[in-house]
Design a protein around this ligand. Structure first.
Ligand code: ADP
Length: 141
């Protein structure tokens, strides 16, 4: 077991459907606690960086458009094995393939509109936390 911090983004669909509170409560009930939280409007530059692994795919422009349509809420969540634990709570990328009881299974729409992003490795989390939070915006408890 190791204590990790994951970067979670509540995507525009989650914000529009008032799901930030209920989904954050699920993460907290599972033992993950907040180290930082902020609402922000993402621009093209940060999205190209964040989704650099997808730029060659046909749906890339749609993701950028979707993620720019409204603000997101970025949170840093810490806990034991937070990276895998939070992704387990989310379920797979495709909401339609996600089991009931998972966040995407309960609230997601499809492969793109899927409630939250969550870091997929400790290395990615370190980069993503720096991408979305400035010095002094993360707190230790
Ligand atoms: P995850 O968010 O589950 O780690 P990826 O890193 O593969 O998944 O993809 C990043 C995001 O791009 C997804 O969460 C989703 O919003 C979008 N996406 C991924 N695959 C598709 C697809 N086939 N069609 C449309 N959007 C997709």
């Amino acid at each position: 077991m190791s204590t990790e911090t994951s970067l979670v983004l509540f995507k525009p669909d989650a914000v529009a459907k008032q799901l930030v509170g209920p989904v954050l409560a699920r993460f907290q009930a599972a033992g993950f606690h907040l180290r930082g939280i902020k609402m922000m409007q993402l621009d093209e530059a940060i999205l190209h960086e964040h989704y650099a692994h997808l730029t060659h795919l046909p749906f890339f422009p749609s993701i950028v458009e979707f993620m720019r349509q409204a603000p997101v809420v970025a949170v840093a969540l810490e806990g034991e094995n937070a990276i895998a634990g939070i992704r387990d709570l989310l379920g797979p990328t495709d909401s339609k393939a996600a089991a009931p009881g998972t966040i995407r299974g309960d609230f997601g729409e499809d492969k793109m509109v899927n409630v939250c992003h969550a870091s997929d490795s400790v290395e990615a989390a370190a980069l993503e936390l720096r991408r979305f939070f400035k010095e002094g915006e993360l707190f230790a408890f």
